[in-house]
Design a protein around this ligand. Structure first.
Ligand code: NAD
Length: 468
């Protein structure tokens, strides 16, 4: 039996069903885990609905005090949460610690925001105000690559705005979320936060539930499209943070030795399982060979292993399905390019793939056109700047992108032409809770983080009064 429990209506309860959570570094069962039934999903939504009137009637400062206590609890239990995160997700312990402390910091950032009434007109004859009202019950759905920090994009703004929440982590990484439920149970009023788990079967009913007012979803584009369809019947509010195929463009004036470690980290952090990882790298022909050689050398030097072992830089893929998908993409890429580093699965238990560099490959191949979401980077040669911009933009995705150059004016001009939600210059995947984040095209709908991210959890209500 598992020590983990669901959090429903302020109670830690056993799941009606059960499932195993596997450690991706060993392929051994890490823990049994409760799995909610559809009846328990209904109970969680009912609890959130019942808690909404009192919670939304509190002052924003009272709600912030609860969010601050959650941040304190995350920090006070950082070691235990990080250890668990490494074991269920696979990432190295230092990265897991970074994610857990980052989660607390993201919670705290939202304490700095308010939802003041905006006075549009205050004249002798008229008063017009814009108010931001909470929506009701929010369904928060999270994927398996960053179970903690992606939850922190949703929970604090939803709560501060006055909503109540049903949180559903991914089936393969539910334990840190359940641990969080156990930690916060005594500081959050009953029903305000509910945490349930599933085997990929409760996302759809949560999305379509008549008492859920908004769905805040992070995951793949294919599932995001299902969420949009599921929410359409009742015209629910949705925020979708979806897949990406971020291009990095390296101009001809960079020093390959200097830039290569930054490029490598941008692509391979979290073993490439990052929505905003650099997923295709375009390098100018004049420095193409040198950049490929540098990346190859770094990849060959990288220590891959169990995230709990000291010195590990990259952990395993998070789950078998992703492990198999990435292997398939590498096999296909070998037909169209040259594998200069990695390419092989490690001869040991665990979903390990060594960091893989594929050079002499170009657009029109699966590895370049699809989202690999794993430790393999295609490096593509280009010669013309307009052409490389067109190639970077010729994707259904538009999450992030980056330009790397010494000449910042040239880099800025090129960056301005990229069709993505964020464009970085001389960096990639830099996230800051104060900076709004969202995808263009099929990478998403709406915004998270920043003031805009808080506003997404509200309904605008205008009051317009004639005086006298
Ligand atoms: P996924 O879409 O398979 O699953 C995400 C979540 O959706 C899980 O909790 C899953 O149980 C749930 N789900 C499954 N079916 C559902 C349905 N019909 N309705 C509602 N929810 C459902 O994604 P994944 O494989 O866990 O995550 C990887 C993907 O997430 C990648 O494409 C990655 O780029 C993307 N991602 C995007 C961002 C971003 O902010 N844009 C961040 C991280 C990951």
């Amino acid at each position: 039996m598992s020590d983990y429990k669901l959090l429903i209506n302020g109670e830690l309860v056993a799941g009606d069903l059960s499932m195993d959570v596997v450690n991706p570094a060993t392929e051994q069962v890490l823990s049994a885990c409760p799995r909610a039934s559809e009846a328990q999903l209904d109970q969680a939504v009912a609890a959130a609905r019942a808690a909404f009137p009192a919670w939304s009637a509190q002052s924003i400062d009272a709600r912030k005090a609860v969010v601050a206590q959650i941040a304190d609890l995350i920090e006070a239990n950082a070691q235990e949460l990080a250890q668990l995160l490494t074991q269920e997700q696979g990432k190295p312990l230092a990265d897991a610690m970074g994610e857990v402390y980052g989660t607390a910091a993201f919670f705290r950032y939202f304490l700095s925001l308010d939802l003041p009434v905006k006075v549009i007109e205050d004249s002798e004859g008229k008063l017009i105000e814009a108010h931001r009202r909470p929506l009701g019950v929010v369904g928060a759905i999270v994927p398996w690559n960053f179970p903690m920090i992606l939850m922190a994009f949703k929970l604090p703004p939803a709560l501060i705005a006055g909503n109540t929440v049903v949180l559903k982590p991914a089936p393969t990484t539910p334990l840190t979320s359940l641990k969080l439920g156990e930690l916060i149970r005594d500081v959050v009023p009953a029903g305000v936060v509910n945490i349930i788990t599933d085997a990929n079967d409760l996302g759809a009913p949560l999305t379509a539930h008549p008492d859920v007012a908004k769905v805040s979803f992070t995951g793949s584009t294919a599932t995001g499209s299902k969420v949009m369809a599921g929410a359409a019947g009742l015209l629910k509010r949705i925020t979708l943070e979806l897949g990406g195929n971020d291009a990095g463009i390296v101009l001809d004036d960079v020093d390959p030795k200097e830039v290569a470690p930054k490029l490598f980290n941008s692509a391979f952090q979290n073993s490439g399982q990052v929505c905003i990882a650099m997923k295709r790298l375009y390098v100018h022909e004049s420095i193409y060979d040198e950049v490929c050689d540098e990346l190859t050398a770094i990849a060959n030097d990288t220590v891959v292993g169990d995230g709990l072992q000291q010195g590990t830089k990259l952990g395993p893929l998070q789950n078998r399905m992703q492990f198999e998908k990435v292997q398939e993409l590498i096999k296909d890429a070998a037909q169209h390019g040259t594998i200069s580093a990695g390419g092989e699965v490690m001869d040991q238990p665990g979903y390990f793939i060594r960091p893989t560099i594929v050079r002499d490959i170009t657009d029109g191949t699966r590895l370049v056109d699809e989202e690999q979401f794993g430790p393999v980077l295609p490096v593509i040669k280009y010669s013309d700047y307009d052409d490389v911009v067109a190639r970077a933009n010729a994707s259904p995705y538009g999450l992030g992108g980056s330009v790397w150059a010494k000449d910042l004016d040239r880099a800025y001009a090129l960056a301005s032409k990229l069709e993505s939600g964020t464009v970085w210059i001389n960096q990639h995947a830099d996230l800051n809770p104060a900076v709004p984040f969202g995808g263009a095209k099929q990478s998403g709908l709406g915004t998270e983080l920043g003031e805009e991210g808080l506003a997404e959890f509200t309904q605008l209500r205008v009051i317009s009064m004639v005086r006298g």
